[in-house]
Unconditional design. Structure first.
Length: 155
């Protein structure tokens, strides 16, 4: 089947939560109206959102694709769909190894101290979760904050 990307619906809530939890991602703000999803037939195989924080910052987050669908461009399609409607500044917290992947959308590394407060908070919570992962003998993921500045009007 072909993969379709669409806005999430209330019926997707349970599958979104299950997918996010399956990868131990940040579980805050997992609310379907903020998500776009990837669907194969009637099965949800990927999801991502733009978190809109109280300090006004926007964070690309909860990006997850079912393991069986990875490497097929599903994540890229989710990102492109979300960023198409977000011309302003967007930040993402991800593993340092993914810096080059996000560069294609104009994301560049940002010094943690220069990030908005909500993004810093999520970054440090992610680092704490990483330390707990080490105690459970899971590999440590070195996090980084990436920043995509507002797109300039070419006209």
């Amino acid at each position: 089947m072909s993969v379709a990307i669409r806005s999430a619906t209330a019926d997707d809530q349970g599958a979104i939560v299950a997918l996010v939890r399956s990868e131990r991602l940040n579980p805050t703000g997992i609310d379907w109206p903020h998500f776009v999803v990837a669907i194969d037939g009637n099965k949800l195989i990927g999801a991502a959102q733009i978190r809109k924080h109280k300090d006004g910052s926007r964070e690309l987050g909860s990006l997850v694709v079912d393991r069986r669908w990875r490497g097929q461009g599903v994540a890229a399609r989710l990102i492109e769909t979300l960023l198409a409607s977000e011309p302003g500044r967007v930040l993402v917290i991800t593993g340092q190894v993914r810096t080059a992947y996000f560069a294609r959308w104009g994301f560049r590394p940002l010094e943690t101290s220069r990030a908005p407060a909500a993004i810093q908070f999520n970054y440090y919570m992610g680092r704490m979760a990483g330390i707990l992962s080490l105690l459970r003998r899971r590999p440590l993921i070195h996090l980084i904050i990436l920043d995509r500045m507002p797109l300039l009007d070419a006209g």
